[in-house]
Design a protein around this ligand. Structure first.
Ligand code: NAD
Length: 414
């Protein structure tokens, strides 16, 4: 049993849902552990001529529903434990959205901000070569995550293609459009966060126009979520990133703030009132969107939250202890596996397009994204109302029942 770890927290969430649906204990024994974890050494020559050896991982949690699918993260705090939890959440997320995928996550323990572009490229290419034995468009398909981008995906795709001797665009998603990437993929996760927030307001017979929103993390997910929510008429009154936090009760000018981030890679150069980053979570708002890293809302700060709803843009931003506190405070939490599923929905569309060689327009991609997300929201919302359980429990039970059905047909090999 893994103790006091993120993977343990992910297990606790699974056990809660398993209890709710009386899951067969034999199946729980399979689902409580990852299917496969590969740990690799990634040696590269630095620009100064010295050699540095990084540690990388790829965790494939489950593949009953299809190839493992999940991002690659470059961060100093990457651990096998963290990736195992993230890969488990990918498994439930893909099942909840009924995509033909299992779940995976990978990463390298590194500080990408301290590496040059050519060092990042060498590190990515060597990592790809090391995890090659378990990669493939029908085995495991990586995508961007924290501090990895479409360029990282292009390096992975090129390395895989060179090793195989043919061009294989469907080995990654989130790649540049010119290489077979999908329109709308970059914005998809943030767009999904905005759509799910809107659906929550609709379900509660409220209008999102004028709703006050605070966003922690202003990268791909937080930045796009802010943009789409402001286009829906909501007011983004507070945002934060690693550099600090900004507030404006009248609503921040999100396109201008995004331009500032494009130019300076941080929000703090933007003129306006600054607050301490830790104050972001306790702003008096309608919606709080944690869109940075995991474990941000915990036992010690959950009781300070004043938002009426939390929409999890990040993966695992709320600890199980905080979840219980928030449940007691009657603050609903829209779980990550639903709220940030827009990225993997469009990744699936990208994979289908790359395999078929037929490419869709923005409106086709966005229509399908909206259809899938609103359907999943409705399912989770109705499940939660019917069973009188939290949205997280409802999302987990929907996902796990689907995986259980797959096992009921496939059985356990041999
Ligand atoms: P990103 O690297 O583009 O952005 C991360 C942001 O968080 C940056 O603005 C960074 O400054 C900020 N940040 C980091 N630590 C912080 C802290 N302590 N306080 C405040 N801000 C902090 O990453 P991203 O792709 O936007 O991913 C963010 C989260 O969303 C992660 O949990 C990731 O797993 C999850 N996610 C991403 C995608 C995707 O498609 N990119 C899909 C699903 C889930």
């Amino acid at each position: 049993m893994i103790k006091d770890s993120l993977a343990r927290k992910a297990q606790k969430q699974l056990y809660k849902a398993a209890k709710e649906i009386n899951l067969d204990p034999n199946l729980l024994r399979i689902l409580e552990k990852p299917m496969r974890v590969l740990k690799v050494s990634v040696p590269i020559k630095l620009d100064n001529g010295k050699t540095k050896v990084f540690t990388g991982f790829r965790c494939q949690y489950n593949n009953a529903k299809g190839p493992a699918k999940g991002g690659v993260r470059y961060h100093p705090s990457v651990t096998e434990d963290e990736l195992t939890a993230l890969a488990a959440w990918m498994t439930w997320k893909c099942a909840l959205l009924d995509l033909p995928y299992g779940g995976a996550k990978g990463g390298i323990v590194c500080n990408p901000t301290k590496l040059s572009e050519s060092e990042l490229e060498r590190m990515t290419r060597r990592y790809t070569t090391e995890i090659m034995p378990i990669l493939g468009p029908h085995i495991d398909i990586p995508a961007p995550d924290v501090y990895t981008t479409s360029k990282t995906m292009a390096w992975i795709m090129d390395t895989f293609s060179m090793m195989k001797g043919y061009t294989e665009p469907s080995i990654v998603t989130g790649k540049p459009e010119i290489l077979g990437g999908s329109k709308g993929r970059k914005e998809a996760t943030g767009r999904g966060v905005a759509l799910i927030t809107r659906e929550f307001f609709k379900a509660n017979k409220r209008n999102i126009k004028g709703a006050k929103i605070a966003i922690q993390g202003f990268g791909n997910v937080g930045g796009h979520a802010g943009l789409f929510l402001s286009q829906m008429g909501a007011k983004i009154v507070a945002v934060s990133d690693v550099s600090g936090a900004l507030v404006n009760p009248e609503g921040l000018d999100i396109p201008a703030l995004l331009n500032c981030v494009e130019e300076h890679a941080c929000i703090i150069k933007y003129p306006g009132k600054q607050i301490d980053g830790s104050e972001l979570l306790s702003q008096d708002v309608d919606v709080l969107i944690p869109a940075a890293l995991e474990n941000q809302i915990h036992q010690k700060n959950a009781q300070n939250i004043k938002a009426n709803v939390i929409v999890e843009g990040a993966n695992g931003p709320t600890t199980p202890e905080a979840d219980e506190i928030l449940e007691g405070m009657k603050i609903p939490v829209i779980p990550d596996i639903l709220a940030n599923a827009g990225g993997v929905v469009v990744s699936h569309l990208e994979w289908v397009q790359a395999m078929s060689g037929l490419f869709w327009e923005d409106e086709d991609v966005n229509r399908e994204l909206e259809r899938k997300l609103t359907k999943a929201f409705k399912e989770v919302w109705e499940n939660s109302q019917r069973k009188n359980v939290s949205l997280r429990c409802a999302a987990y039970t929907t996902a796990i029942e689907r995986i259980a059905e797959v096992y009921s047909y496939r059985g356990i090999f041999p």
